[in-house]
Design a protein around this ligand. Structure first.
Ligand code: CP
Length: 368
């Protein structure tokens, strides 16, 4: 008789890791159908560095989201039957803390069949011995096919591009930009309202977006505003919230930042009364942290989103995470919680981007 006995008769819970959105509120198929396939736009991404959200045309972004929606609609197909990144190596170089960005790039690359190598601490590399960024870039050329870099120094990515022969992705450079986060943010908004991808959006379908954050200090906010400026037809109004008593003409915008958005066709306003504005907001994007140097600032301490506020019916809350008290966990079990879907969708957006950057687009464009 076997000495091994089952310790429990609990039913086994099957959980398909790659199945549909477990949060139940993001349906990529509707977005897939809303965007007509014009895959040639993706060829422009091959071997191109990803530095700023400003680089991208609306057409390229939409095709990227279409490919992301393809992946999200049927993720197992690519792992089990295709593996378009087999034989390719991603270098993940993160010199600043990260949960989502580093792991989701890792996950995206692995899901497409590639291998990854990582640096998670600058002090374990030659940089600690005074090695130049240019020499590190030369080494990256030998070891991988693509680099993802997060650095506290906003200039580091620019210092490396001159020496790199493989594409690099800006995964957050100081307080400057985080372009793939913005792609994930907009992908989430378009999954929520696929009609917003149209060149002409009916006035009653346009959305009012509230942003709680400091556009001149937070890279996620800067990149989000820039990517929204590519789709002005979707936006009725962009409302930037600041703390009562703060003068938004001081230490809030970077010079020219607001003008850049207005020139792109966005109607921009500022407001210090978030609770009063909430019933009119379709999307509320909130962030409190700005990473500066080796530490972080917390802004907007008077703002907190909780489940009991008077949200508009169907309104969604987005947050790049990590969160603090500004995003109360009471919201997690409401229909307004789209921030977990936002984090999940980032994997598929990054899968799409990486595929195109290393010239494997043709291998996945014939599959729906
Ligand atoms: N959204 C984001 O950048 O999260 P991490 O800092 O965890 O990567």
């Amino acid at each position: 008789m076997s000495v091994c006995q089952p310790v429990s008769h609990q039913p086994t819970i099957r959980f398909d890791r790659l199945g549909p959105d477990v949060y139940g509120n993001a349906h990529p198929q509707a977005l897939l159908q809303a965007i007509q396939e014009e895959g040639e736009a993706l060829l422009d991404l091959a071997n191109q560095h990803v530095i700023s959200t400003l680089q991208y045309s609306p057409a390229t972004l939409l095709q990227l989201f279409r490919l992301a929606a393809k992946y999200e609609s049927n993720p197992n197909r690519y792992i089990r039957h295709n593996s378009p990144l087999r034989g390719k190596i991603l270098i993940n170089a993160f010199y600043e803390p990260s949960t989502r960005t580093r792991l989701s790039f890792d996950s995206a690359w692995h899901r497409l069949g590639g291998d990854t190598i990582s640096i998670t601490d600058r002090s374990t590399t030659g940089l600690a011995k005074g090695e130049s960024l240019q020499d590190v870039a030369e080494m990256f050329n030998n070891y991988g096919d693509c680099v993802v870099l997060r650095d506290t120094n906003a200039e580091a990515i620019h210092a490396m591009t001159g020496s790199l022969h493989i594409p690099i992705i800006n995964a957050g450079n100081g307080i400057d930009e985080h372009p793939t986060q913005a792609m994930a943010d907009l992908y989430t908004i378009f999954k929520w309202r696929p009609q917003l991808v149209k060149a002409q959006v009916e006035p009653e379908q346009r959305i009012r977006i509230g942003v709680v954050g400091i556009p001149g200090r937070m890279r996620t906010v800067r990149s989000l505003l820039r990517i929204l400026s590519k789709f002005p037809a979707a936006v009725k109004e962009l409302v930037l919230f600041h703390e009562p008593g703060l003068d938004p003409s001081q230490d809030y915008w970077d010079p020219g930042q607001r003008e850049e958005l207005e020139k792109a066709g966005l109607r921009v306003s500022t407001c210090d009364d978030l609770p009063a504005a909430i019933p009119d907001l379709d999307v509320i994007y909130i962030n409190a942290i700005a990473w500066v140097g080796d530490s972080y600032e917390v802004h907007g301490r008077s703002f907190q989103l909780t489940a009991d506020l008077p949200y508009k019916s169907g309104a969604i809350v987005l947050h790049p995470l990590a969160r603090g008290r500004e995003l109360d966990t009471s919201l997690d079990r409401t229909d307004h919680n789209w921030y977990f879907s936002q984090a999940r969708g980032a994997v598929f957006v990054r899968m799409a981007l990486l595929t195109c950057m290393v010239e494997r687009t043709a291998q996945v464009m014939d599959i729906i």
